[in-house]
Design a protein around this ligand. Structure first.
Ligand SMILES: C[S@@+](CC[C@H](N)C(=O)[O-])C[C@H]1O[C@@H](n2cnc3c(N)ncnc32)[C@H](O)[C@@H]1O
Length: 271
């Protein structure tokens, strides 16, 4: 088991139990659900499918999946802290760490893991275990941000705003790495999926820009609140953070999101 320098088990750098987490997870859903839903729609998701979502967060995708698979299908939503995931007649919520949870072998038509594996040092082992849970012909959907791509500022209101955003990114991502996150994992996912025997592996890479007060700017604002103590440990002052939050609300600002890699691979139909 990988441990951090403080001796805790390494892993997720945020915490759904914090007061800001609900906002954070809603912003993620607003930014990302349309593209993930399109990818799942293109896979042909439909009535009767058995689907598992790992790290379901706000649960908005869980609800969408439950609507797609209907009463004859089923969605299992796994999260270490599932407090925001809505119940549903065809939804099972499993509270727990995906590193410890076993899914029935060969059972799932789709497994989707968005913004989870990048956080877990054991990501390759988890992916191998999840691959065994796919039904023959089933699809693995791994969506993670490439946070090594840092050319995100499309328009800045001032040099000071640019400096604050860059220092915020440096401190937040360094904190994530200290917890075991791999900011470049998204780029390696296709190679690992091929090594695990998945076929028809394809990655789609997407990003869009957002004005201050919208999308990714609201997410950064929320993350700056949820991880304020760690950002201060990383060299930002309270005044810097207050100024950063003003910048993130300023419509003069335009930021790109991180690059989202959605990688899909299939288990062989005869496996
Ligand atoms: C960054 S959020 C992403 C939420 C959602 N998938 C999305 O993309 O909007 C990560 C989610 O994964 C959950 N999570 C983190 N580590 C986990 C683990 N080891 N096992 C299960 N869930 C985990 C967190 O509690 C959180 O809800």
């Amino acid at each position: 088991m990988t441990k951090t320098t403080t001796g805790e088990r390494a892993g997720y750098m945020f915490n759904n139990a914090t007061p800001e987490a609900r906002n954070q997870l809603r912003h993620l859903a607003q930014i990302l659900d349309p593209d993930t839903e399109r990818a799942l729609f293109e896979l042909g998701i439909g009535s009767g499918w058995q689907v598992t979502e790992i790290g379901a967060g706000a649960g908005t995708l869980t609800t969408w999946l439950a609507d797609q698979v209907g009463p004859d299908g089923h969605v299992t939503a796994v999260d270490v802290d599932p407090r925001y995931i809505p119940q549903g007649p065809n939804v099972t919520i499993r509270a727990g760490d995906i590193r410890e949870i076993e899914l029935p072998a060969g059972s799932q038509q789709v497994i989707v893991a968005r913004l989870v594996l990048m956080h877990l040092p054991e990501r390759e082992q988890v992916l191998a275990d999840l691959t065994r849970a796919l039904a023959p012909g089933g699809a693995m959907v791994v969506a993670d941000w490439d946070c090594t791509w840092r050319d995100m500022i499309r328009r800045s209101p001032s040099p000071r705003a640019t400096e604050l955003i860059e220092r915020f990114q440096d401190a937040l991502l360094a904190y994530g790495e200290s917890r075991g996150a791999d900011m470049g994992w998204a780029k390696r996912a296709p190679e690992v999926m091929l090594r695990l025997g998945l076929v028809s592996v394809v990655s789609r890479i997407e990003s869009r820009s957002w004005r201050g007060g919208t999308g990714i700017c609201r997410l950064h604002h929320s993350n700056s609140i949820q991880r304020e103590a760690e950002l201060i440990d990383g060299g930002m002052s309270r005044d810097d953070l207050a100024e950063l939050r003003q910048v993130l609300r300023d419509p003069q600002l335009m930021l790109s999101g991180y690059l989202m890699h959605t990688t899909i691979g299939r288990r062989l139909a005869s496996a």
